[in-house]
Structures are given as C-alpha cells and as structure tokens.
Design a protein around this ligand. Structure first.
Ligand code: AMP
Length: 445
C-alpha cells in the first residue's frame, strides 16, 4: 500500500485509482449464488444419499466436462427446445494454439447427452450391457432467475444405457424414488406418461396439429409457432390461455402403437409390484426432444408454481443415433439437488449445519500459538478442532466459542502450557477440569 501512495501518481494511475475508489463491491452474476456453510449441509446430505442410493443399485459414478460442443446439445435436446433456443450459455469461440479451427462450445445445460457421448467415446458400449452410470454436478441455463430457478444449479443424473427393457425404466424410477424417500421427503407425486416412439408419435402429432390449428389465435405467441414446429411442446406451456385448451386435446396414451402400449403396461405393472404410486398424466411431455416412450416427473406441491418439479426423466432410444452413434437405447433421470436440498431444509427440517469444529483451542496471553497448534494437532486425532489464534480477550474468545456450536473448549494460559495441561470445558454442561495434553484423546471421548 505504501509504495502505491509514495509515488507521485501519473495520469493512468490516477484514473485507475479513481475507478477503484468509485466502483461498488463486486457481486455474483445474476441468477447464480453461493452455497454457504449453513446451506451446504443440506446439499451434502442430498448428494450423499444420492451416491449411496445409486451405488446400492449398482450404478457407477462418472465426472463429465461442463463444457461441450454446441452440436451435442442442439442435436441432443433438440434445436427447438427452450434449453437450446434461449437458455444456452455460449462461449466465445477459441482456436487452439496448434492452429485447430475455433470450436463452438457451450456450458452444458443438461447431462444426458454428455453421458451418452462419454459412453461411446470411452468404449463403455464394448463391455457388458446395460451400463449403469451416475454423476452429480453443475448445469447452466440462462433462464429468468426466480425462486428455485437458478442459472447455475446442480443435478443428480442417472442413466442406464444399452438395453430397451421397460424394467430399467422402473428401476430408475424406483431408485430415485427411494432417494427422496430416504431423505424423508413426503407427499411427492410421481407423474407418468408414455410419449410413444418414431412409429406412433408422427400420427399422434398430426392429430394434435389438427386439433390446435383452428385454435391457433387463442394460443400465446410461442405456442402459435409450436403448432407447426413442435406440437408436443404445447403441453409444456403454463400460460393460462394455452392451459385451457389442453383438456380437450387428443391424448398420446390413446394413440400408442402396440409395442409402446405393451411397454407402458409393463412399466405400470412393475411400478404396482414395487408399491410405488403414480398418476398417469397424458400432458407430461418434458422439455427435451430426445424422449421416447416412458417419461416421468416427481412433483411437490410445497415448491409451488412452475418450480414444483424435483426431478424427472424418461427413455431416450433415439438420442444415441441423433448424436451420430449407433442406435442404442437408454433411460435416465435428472434430479434437482438445489430443490431437494431446499425441501430438506425448509419442509422436512432435518438438516442442521454441523459446527465448524467440535473442539476449540483457546489461549490466554501472548506467545502461545505454538502450544495451541500442538494441542490442536492432538485433539484432531479424535475430533474436528479449530484453534483461535486471534488477539482477542479470553472472554471474547469464549463468547465466540459458545456461539460456534462447538462442544468443547480447550483453554490454556502460559503456566498451563508450560505444565502441558489444558482446562477442558464442556460448553454444553459448563463442566470444566484440568486434563493433561497426553490424556486429551480420552477426555474428549
Ligand atoms: P430438467 O433437466 O429440466 O428435466 O430438470 C430436472 C430437474 O432439475 C428439475 O426437476 C429441477 O429440480 C432441476 N432444475 C431444472 N432447472 C433448474 C433451474 N434452473 N434451477 C434449479 N433447478 C433446476
């Protein structure tokens, strides 16, 4: 600091200093947030339960890049989806230093297309099938920020790739259902639908267009376009004028071909056998184009409004070929970790953030840092321990210790440090006794 002000400021320095002085403190970008310790505890619980549950069902964890080629997303989720049209974070093209042409990259808005890409690129398609995978990580969508809708959020993503059996659809549903159940989240409704396949969906879409064309004027702007471009997306719309027209629209479940109908019956029968309650919702289509046959979603009324979905998924038998790989069936699920963590904290109320440390080492007087560090090291053998090296009075340190939620304070002055003892105070009961450093492990038990 002194050097900066000792010198006579030149014009560039003056303007820089003026800018620094005038600028307001830098905040996080709109729609993204910090998960601070008080909230992070709920995320940890949700992610731990997800990992446990996935492993218990034989799924293996993978880590995938958050940057992907734009084509993967556009060809995966579909160019006409909101995710691809409006919500993609596109990075500036970067050429590589070895002269490779600039590639168009995006921050991934979902994980399924990446997972299918990784399955082929990593040769997992060569081994025993199907392959059960999961990942937990951040996604990015440039949507309008609102309560529980963020521009960066975390998903628990589960995929079974390489087998068309509807039994895997049910396995994914059961596993993710048990995840929510284990966390104690109740009153979740499982919405279920089949949206057919390449065989029966085209005819159904024509029936849908025949129904909507005469009503086009009554739809809102985006939906008017969807009648021709992507009629299934009409069911995603939450605008009241569009909602009202859904009820009389033809239902996909009445238009399924034999194979899709049989698969849907099997899914329902297996869900019944597993004791999982569901509601067939013929308007559930989910926002991404790659789904075929089974789609499902977990909804919770307590979340309210358009953000009531905790997670969802479905079968995507065409996705691999859309990405340029051999035709390969798959089914998966994406759960919103932010929303499930919110439920845990605010509805279930089971998560209280643990204290930063169970033991605090406090000293009285100067020159005791090394002794305090040593006592800290001993205590850490059996408990989480933080050392207070501040120059505050013991009183102030004790006040902070009481507030911290720690269970023990190990207090020491110069005389006690010389005798290699501490006053070990139980902050819950207020009991205090002298304990030798060598006996701290037993004292803290
Ligand atoms: P989707 O990939 O759109 O099917 O979303 C799956 C789940 O991710 C949703 O049910 C939400 O729980 C969560 N999710 C999706 N978008 C957001 C967002 N913008 N902010 C927070 N959570 C989200």
């Amino acid at each position: 600091m002194s050097r900066l002000f000792d010198r006579t400021p030149g014009p560039a320095r003056v303007s820089r200093l003026a800018r620094v002085a005038n600028s307001s403190p830098i905040k996080a970008a709109r729609g993204v947030r910090d998960i601070l310790p008080a909230e992070r505890a709920a995320f940890v619980a949700v992610e731990r339960a997800a990992r446990d549950r996935a492993r218990r069902f034989g799924y293996q964890e993978v880590e995938l890049p958050i940057v992907e080629p734009v084509e993967l997303i556009e060809r995966g989720v579909g160019g006409d989806t909101d995710v691809a049209r409006k919500e993609l974070y596109r990075l500036e093209p970067h050429g590589d230093s070895d002269g490779e042409p600039a590639s168009r990259l995006v921050l991934r808005p979902e994980a399924t297309a990446s997972m299918v890409r990784a399955y082929f690129q990593g040769g997992l398609n060569q081994g025993p099938q199907p392959v059960r995978l999961f990942t937990i990580g951040p996604l990015f969508r440039h949507d309008k920020p609102q309560h529980l809708r963020y521009r960066q959020f975390i998903q628990f993503d589960v995929e079974v790739i390489g087998d068309p059996s509807p039994a895997y659809d049910v396995e994914v549903i059961e596993m993710t259902w048990r995840w929510l159940e284990e966390l104690g989240i109740e009153h979740v409704s499982l919405e279920l639908n089949s949206i057919g396949d390449g065989n029966c969906r085209p005819q159904y879409l024509r029936a849908l267009q025949d129904y909507y064309r005469p009503l086009k004027d009554r739809l809102h702007g985006d939906c008017q376009r969807r009648v021709e471009d992507n009629p299934l997306r009409l069911f995603d719309c939450k605008e009241p004028q569009c909602e009202a027209l859904k009820a009389s629209a033809p239902r996909i479940t009445d238009h399924l071909c034999e194979a899709c109908a049989v698969a849907f019956e099997e899914v329902k029968a297996m869900l019944d056998a597993a004791g999982l309650e569901y509601r067939v919702n013929p308007y559930l289509v989910r926002g991404l184009d790659y789904y075929t046959r089974t789609v499902f979603e977990y909804q919770h009324a307590a979340l309210g409004g358009a953000q009531n979905s905790l997670g969802g998924g479905g079968r995507y038998d065409r996705l691999a070929s859309d990405l340029g790989y051999p035709d390969t069936p798959g089914v998966g699920f994406a759960g919103g970790v932010d929303r499930v963590a919110h439920m845990l904290q605010h509805e279930v109320g089971t998560v209280t953030p643990p204290p930063a440390a169970d033991v605090l080492v406090l000293t009285m007087g100067d020159g005791l840092d090394r002794a305090a560090a040593h006592v800290g090291r001993i205590c850490r053998e059996v408990a989480s321990t933080a050392v207070d090296y501040s120059a505050r009075s013991l009183r102030a340190k004790m006040r902070a210790a009481d507030k911290s939620g720690a269970r023990w304070a190990a207090i020491m002055n110069a005389d006690e440090a010389a005798r290699r003892v501490v006053q070990l105070r139980n902050l819950v009961t207020g009991d205090q006794r002298e304990v030798a450093w060598d006996e701290l492990a037993e004292g803290l038990a």
